[in-house]
Every structure is written in structure tokens, then in C-alpha cells.
Design a protein around this ligand. Sequence first.
Ligand code: GDP
Length: 610
Amino acid sequence: MQAPSVGGVRLPKGQGETIRLPRGASLTDFAEKINANPASLVQVLFHLGEMVTATASVADEILEMLGTEMNYNVQVVSPEEEDRELLDSFDISFGDEGDEEDWVVRPPVVTIMGHVDHGKTRLLDTIRKANVREGEAGGITQHIGAYQVQTELEGIERPITFIDTPGHEAFTAMRARGAKSTDIAVIVVAADDGVMPQTVEAINHAQAADVPIVVAVNKIDVEGANPAKIRQQLTEYNLVAEEYGGDTMFVDISAKQGTNIEQLLEAILLTADAALDLRANPDMEAQGVTIEGHLDRGRGPVATVLVQRGTLRVGDSIVAGDASGRVRRMVDEHGADVTEALPSRPVQVIGLTSVPGAGDTFLVVDEDRVARQIADRRRARERNAELASRRKRVSLEDLDAALKETSTLNLIIKGDNSGTVEALEDALMKLDVGEDVDLRVIHRGVGGITEGDINLAIADNVIVMGFNVRAEGKATELANREGVEIRYYSVIYQAIEEIEQALKGMLKPEYEEVELGRAEVREVFKSSKFGTIAGCLVMNGEIRRNARGRLLRDSVVIAENLPISSLRRFKDDVVEVREGFECGLTLGTYSDIKVDDVIETFEMREKPRA
Ligand code: GDP
């Protein structure tokens, strides 16, 4: 049975119907869906021990709890679902359209992973250089985040696309955002070193994502290299070489000397052909994933996108994450202009009005207006979700705990490209200065520091970090007026060090007792004016006026925390009396002082933090 009321508040009552709310919804949003008065929801929550205002974003659990209380089945919709719904509302779906018959074979997209120093970067370089065709922009290739190479298999030209960031961080970051960008993983293992922790991690990531693996046994030029041992070791991870009866292709290479690179490319294609049927519809509006984004001084926001289906053309209206715009120019990895990009083709896109994040999906829409609306809605949603995660839950029972709550340093990170911002955030989140202080990144983004960032900072007592970017427009003025701290950096470790110092500075100071001196009581006088005066001999250290003291009798503490309120030598008031001298002193109004008592004095000093 459901209570008809909570704490005297009449409950809006449901029939168990399902209410869908976006993550970060407020009570007003909830009330609107069930046709109730927001104030009544505020009250209900209050009686359930949660203090929430009508317009504040509310955490998932609270929305669900409130729903249960009122007999509604609340479903908090994840950002992905919500995005799908958003696109639905524009009649757009993310995925291949049309008849599968019309789809064409697309090149495989490859990520190179493996343990540090096993040669991932070198291999990416070697493949890139080996494949520069004569006359192509002077043979110079640029790092745009991905590149495509041409290779020949059985007399047919077959391109392969490589994601140009080695390591599994990019791979997992994209996967975490639901963007599957990689078809094949090349796991590089150095033959002179063997399977290492990150090798295993990379294998796990690829296998979890159901991505077929090709193993490149690298550094076979090094003396003592033992490719057979690598094959042996990897059987443990279900990677059995073809020559041992398994189905994983192993290629022995030297990234340094360029040995067997063609064979590796071939193995990638053969693996793709055997395990996958990579096809896409080229005849639709382009969709895909953002590989990298940054702000270019001359060209503005620049993003490298990987077309996954459709054909991307100059002039298309495009939305990538919460950035929108029109493709003004497209440039390939040789710096050459392209007018069309087919599936699996990475291109740098110029013309967006802001910088999308790595892993953000992109899609082409009919009109600029639609692109802008989708971007706006996504931005608003992100803001809401940020607000929700930021809102402190203070309930009545928790009030005590809340008062003792750890202090939090809130940060907004703005940087010149998404990679640095992420790297900086990751490094900062790894800082650990103990349990009493917490670090929270409440907003991050690519581009200059805007008034919006400052407004966000005002509310929450936030430090704004600018990494290789500066404040834009009136942001500096606003920050100065509102007392928001902006710090600029261009070196990551320096940023980390400063934030670590700031965190340490937030720790409540720890004090320690430092003994100043001891004195023995030789005589006791009573004075009508000063109270009880102890005539003492300073045994060691010194006795200082206004220091704190304790009284010991036969080595037992009789009284604690007594002030040395007056201190005299003969008739003169003094500040301190040193070892070997006599003095008269009073311990505030404390009067139980006897001859032979010992007065120990000390000072509380702030302990430096390690
Ligand atoms: P990553 O950390 O996996 O990206 O490794 P790097 O590509 O930076 O390579 C680490 C070191 O190994 C560099 O000094 C490379 O020059 C070297 N290296 C890479 N491949 C080979 C190779 O095939 N043979 C030899 N001898 N050295 C290599």
C-alpha cells in the first residue's frame, strides 16, 4: 500500500505509468510530465529528506525515488538514447540507409596498439612514409589524426585507413562514447621485450570490442629478438598464429628498417576480408566520427572526421557533437584540398563554428538551421547533465556529514585541442592529496575562455584553467569583476603542479605542539592585584608571555592550556625569560600552584605538508 501523503503533503499519484526524463531533469520538468505543481514535488522530496529547488537539476536516483513514491515508473534516459530521440525528432537516423545491395566495400580502419616503446609511433611513421606517392605535396604528410595508404592485394588497389594516435587511450575514449571507429587492431609487440602489461590491456580492449587482431612482431632487427617466443606467449591470450593452426595473422617486422611493412598491410586486408564484411552506403548524407579537433589560429575550429558512411562534400551542412557549421574546405593528410570524402576516408574539415571532441559523431543534415538546432540542443543537454552531476545532494540526515564534507576544488579546463584537454583532465584526476580535498572538473572544452565559462565559475567557486588559450571578448572583464580566478598555462606539468599546490593549500592546517621551555616553581605569592604569582626558575628553553602552558606536579599534568598572562623579571614586564633566569608569572586566573610544580610552555605551529 502506498501512503496517501508524505508528511502531510498530498502526493500526485500515478498509475504506475512510465515517465521518461532526460538525465539532469528538474522537478519542474518532472511536474510538467505528470501535470502537477512543481512546488508539491519540492515538498514531497523535502519530506523524503531531500532539499531540492524546483528548477535545479536532480540526480537520477532522486528522480527514481520520487517516482516510486508517487507510483510512477521513472526512466532516466541516457544521453545516447536522448540523442537518438533528438535525431528522430528531425527524422534523422544514425546508421546505414538503403538497400544493402547498393553498398560498396569500404577500406578497413586500423588502430595500432601495444606496450609503450614497442614501436607503435615508429610503425605509424614508417607506414605513412613508405606510402607517399611521388609528387604528392612534396612527399610531406601532416598529422591530421588519421591517414589513408594505398596497398595492392592480388593486383587490386586497396586503401587502408590508419588512426594516427598510437595506443588504446584514443580507442577506448571513442568506444566509451559509443563511437566504434576501428575495424582492425594491430597489436605491436617488440620481439626483444615480449608481452607486457599494456600489450595485454590492448588485447583485452580489442577483444572486448570484438575487433579482429593482427599481431605485428616488431624490432626483429634487434639482436636477441625472438619472434617465436612472442607467438608462444600470445597463445595464452587466445591469439594463435596461423602457422600453429590458429587464425591470427602474425607478421614479423622492423618498423625501423621498414622490413615486411607490405606484408603487414596485406595481413590487415586478409584479416578484414576473412572476418568482416566492410561495406557502406556511399549514396547518402555523410555520417561518421570525429577523430580530433583543435582551434587553429588562422583557420578557426578544425576537426578531423572519419567518414563511416555516405559521402562528405564541400558545402555540406554538418553537425559534430555540439559543433555545427558548413564544410568550407576539406584537406587530406597531404595538405591537399579534397572535394569529396567516401566511407573510411579521414579528412580535416574547416568551417565548423566550434570544436567538437574526439569521439563525437558527426552527420550531414539538409540545412544549416537543422545543424544549428541539433548542436544547440546537445549543448543544452550537456550543460544540464553537468549541472546535475555538480549539484550537491544535501539531505536532512546527511546534514551533519555535509557540514563535515570534504572541500572541493572545482575546475573548468579550456584548451587548444581536445587531446590536451583530456590529457590534462586525466592527469589532474589522478592527483591525490588525501581524503579531505576533492578535485572536480565541472566543465571542459576546446577554445578560448568565454563569458559562459566565467558565469559557470561564478556560481561554484571555480578556477578556470586556460591551456594555450586566452579569455575571449568580455570574459576577462567579467572574471575581474566577479573575482573569478583564471590561470593560463602552456606546459602540462606546470598546470598539474600548481593545481596540486592549490589542493594542498585547501587542506585544513595541521598544527603541532612545539615545546618552548620549562620552569620550576620556587615560590608562590598571592597578590590582590595579579592573583596567584609563581616565582620560577627557567630550567630550559625560554618562557614567553602569551605562550600556552601546562602545570605538572610530580610529573602528572594538573592543568592544561593555561595562558602565561603576565611575565616579569623583578619589577619589569618582559616578553621572554631564558634558561637559568628567575621570573614571576601568572597563569591567567589559575591559582592552584605549589612549590616544585613544573610549568611547561609550548606553542602550536602549523605543520608543513609533505
Ligand atoms: P611507442 O611508445 O610504442 O610509440 O614506441 P616508439 O615508436 O616511440 O618506439 C620506441 C623506440 O623503439 C624508439 O626509439 C624507436 O626508434 C625504436 N624502434 C621502433 N621500432 C623499432 C624497430 O623495428 N627496430 C629497432 N631497433 N628499434 C625500433
